[in-house]
Design a protein around this ligand. Structure first.
Ligand code: ZN
Length: 159
């Protein structure tokens, strides 16, 4: 556990300070969708952008302001999922959210790779929503892609 904890701290610090794929996209560009998110508990604010051809998320980026856990989670989401198929992404998103929101889930589920370090956030219940916000926004995008519509104007708000 202490190895995972050390890895958790170094990855979160690294991605929190030097986020990857932090850039806005033209949300009205072809195949682009944008989902907004807000976490009132901490003040994290997010815009998550995805460009898709219907099978893959060819490009993923985010913009926003928030705490280190929120920034690191958004950054790692885009880094790990960019270019992968929507089907794969849905599986990863389900395991990630399960890991953080359900009791008695093992903290190192298969298939999550280095995203598993966010299991450590469970030790700080007040921060769980910081780590799930970008994933909720991603779910809103996947739903919109499924239903062939634009992402909704109203933001995803964690409760
Ligand atoms: Zn936060």
């Amino acid at each position: 556990m202490s190895d995972l904890r050390a890895l958790y701290q170094s990855l979160i610090m690294d991605h929190g300070k030097n986020p990857r794929n932090k850039r806005p996209m033209d949300e009205h560009g072809e195949g682009c969708r944008c989902s907004e998110g807000y976490n009132p508990l901490c003040g994290d604010k997010l815009k998550l952008y995805a460009k898709t051809d219907g099978d893959k998320l060819e490009d993923l980026s985010f913009d926003g302001e928030g705490c280190a856990i929120f920034t690191a989670s958004s950054s790692m989401l885009t880094e790990v999922l960019k270019g992968r198929s929507i089907e794969e992404i849905r599986e990863v998103a389900n395991s990630y959210l399960k890991m953080l929101t359900e009791e008695d889930v093992k903290l190192d589920p298969e298939g999550l790779g280095k995203l598993a370090v966010f299991g450590g956030v469970k030790e700080f219940p007040a921060r769980v929503k910081c780590a799930t916000l970008p994933w909720r926004a991603l779910e809103a995008i996947l739903e919109a892609v499924d239903e062939g519509r634009e992402t909704p104007d109203q933001p995803v708000i964690t409760e």
